[in-house]
Write a protein that binds this ligand. Sequence first.
Ligand SMILES: Cc1cc2nc3c(=O)[nH]c(=O)nc-3n(C[C@H](O)[C@H](O)[C@H](O)COP(=O)(O)O)c2cc1C
Length: 177
Amino acid sequence: MSILELASKRHSPRAFNGTGLTWNDLADGFEAARLSSSSYNNQPWRFVVALRGETGFEALLETAVDANRKWMKDAGAIVGVMASNVLEKTGETDHAALLGVGMAVAAMELSFTEKGLASMQVGGFDRGAFKSLLQLPSHLVPVSLLAVGRLPEGHVTSEKTRKNLRDIAFRVGDNII
Ligand SMILES: Cc1cc2nc3c(=O)[nH]c(=O)nc-3n(C[C@H](O)[C@H](O)[C@H](O)COP(=O)(O)O)c2cc1C
């Protein structure tokens, strides 16, 4: 599948069929993330993985807000996504950390899509609870929970609603809004 086909196919399903996933199912997605580019090659992405059936799965699920928890419970795995906001080479703030993490997760999700898996990120979770659960040092910032799994039988994908290209891509001199 081309990148455009993968990008069109990837969607946020808000539904999974409750089957478990293995590390092997997720391996290519993590490799795609690992190969992603980042400012100063700082590789700010950190992931904590909980497979369905593990106690960590319930613990991560618990941090999601109710509206997300009700469908995330059927995921095959939940990945906690974090950003390291310190440049390892200099100790300065990595102002591009979130961009780097976003790029890595994007690569991961397209790889999952290619493998026939569905995935969806949520920002609706309790960051304080997430930090406490994982006892995160202060340079690691919770970013999102990524639910990965298989779609239920007969799942209907909703149509993508997106801005037009002319509303997001401009030329110098245009009124950029
Ligand atoms: C960082 C991030 C956080 C999100 N948080 C939530 C969330 O908490 N709950 C939810 O239902 N959807 C969440 N979404 C899904 C978006 O609503 C969805 O990506 C968007 O509507 C576009 O739809 P699509 O992913 O199906 O193309 C999130 C997406 C991203 C990338």
